[in-house]
Design a protein around this ligand. Structure first.
Ligand SMILES: Nc1ncnc2c1ncn2[C@@H]1O[C@H](COP(=O)(O)OP(=O)(O)OP(=O)(O)O)[C@@H](O)[C@H]1O
Ligand SMILES: [Mg+2]
Length: 286
């Protein structure tokens, strides 16, 4: 049971989220694991920050949160410490190399469904603040189609689906779009094809998925372009340095810059009504 005081507080938080809202929320997701979400999320965050935006990245991969590893930063705290009131947002959020802010998700998020009203208010309070502080909030959702992933795609303005040209990844990318539509999520969706050998290969994968989505789901998916297979990506991962920083001119880095252009808010990121955490609060049933 929610108390009257809590309902009042939740209402005022929602009002705050709507009035103070600034961030555009991009959820980076995929059906199949290991297709490059975390690398894309981190490097996209850096290139957007370099273009003058205030960017935060929420690592919401509950299974294998690893944006901190890619950036070689030591995260003492994460969102689970906010939930348990052990740390504030300012303590949890760190400035990562490349000029963006990182909030680690870790496994604490998996317990979201079991939270008390007070816990939920705590998250909303902190994250509403986050939404008002940044121009862009990127969420690495982790792979697969489950309640946690869907919660973040539901809350996003834009869902960037990552696939590779592998048939299994293509099938799973389509499945993500399908599940979102079945879930009633009329989000702007775009597709980026990672690990391609040529732009033509990426374009062919996009055409295939978008055609089936149009035909069977009745939706349009934006073409967010492709990212070339690039040996410097794996090298950068081993060096624990995001590839746009370690190898700014390598083909994958050039592709990330093109991705930034394709994701420009004026081109496609029209915000959904209400703020991110307003929608999150609906999911939390507040
Ligand atoms: N464009 C690329 N060129 C070459 N290798 C790549 C490219 N993108 C990703 N990789 C390789 O794929 C690996 C997995 O990438 P990443 O961790 O970003 O995937 P993920 O989708 O986040 O995985 P998970 O589903 O486990 O979270 C990287 O460590 C890297 O070696
Ligand atoms: Mg990942």
């Amino acid at each position: 049971m929610m108390t009257a005081a809590f309902v009042d507080q939740a209402t005022s938080l929602r009002t705050l989220a709507q009035s103070a809202r600034r961030a555009r929320v991009i959820a980076v997701t995929s059906g199949k694991g290991g297709v490059g979400k975390s690398n894309i999320a981190v490097n996209l965050a850096i290139r957007m920050a370099q273009s003058g935006k205030q960017v935060a990245l929420l690592d919401a991969d509950l299974g294998l949160a690893n944006a901190d590893v890619l950036c070689n930063v030591d995260l003492k705290w994460n969102l689970s410490h906010l939930i348990t009131r052990k740390r504030t947002l300012q303590e949890v959020m760190i400035q990562a190399p490349g000029g963006f802010h990182l909030i680690g998700g870790a496994s604490g998020l998996a317990k979201m469904a079991d939270l008390t009203d007070q816990d939920r208010q705590r998250i909303l309070d902190s994250l509403t603040e986050l939404e008002s502080m940044f121009d862009v909030l990127i969420i690495d959702t982790g792979a697969g189609i489950n309640a946690n992933v869907l919660c973040f795609t539901r809350a996003a303005d834009h869902v960037l689906i990552v696939t590779t040209p592998e048939p299994t990844a293509i099938t799973d990318a389509y499945a993500v779009a399908k599940v979102m539509i079945r879930d009633g999520q009329e989000r702007q969706m775009s597709l980026v094809v990672n690990q391609v050998r040529s732009a033509a290969e990426g374009r062919a994968v996009y055409e295939r998925i978008s055609k089936v989505a149009r035909q069977f789901l009745g939706i349009g998916i934006y073409d967010a372009g492709c990212i070339f297979t690039d040996e410097n990506v794996a090298l950068a991962v081993r060096r624990r340095s995001p590839f746009v920083m370690a190898f700014p001119k390598t083909p994958a880095s050039v592709c990330i810059s093109q991705l930034v252009t394709r994701l420009q808010p004026e081109r496609m990121l029209k915000p959904q009504p209400g703020g991110f955490f307003h929608r999150m609060s609906r999911w939390l049933r507040i």
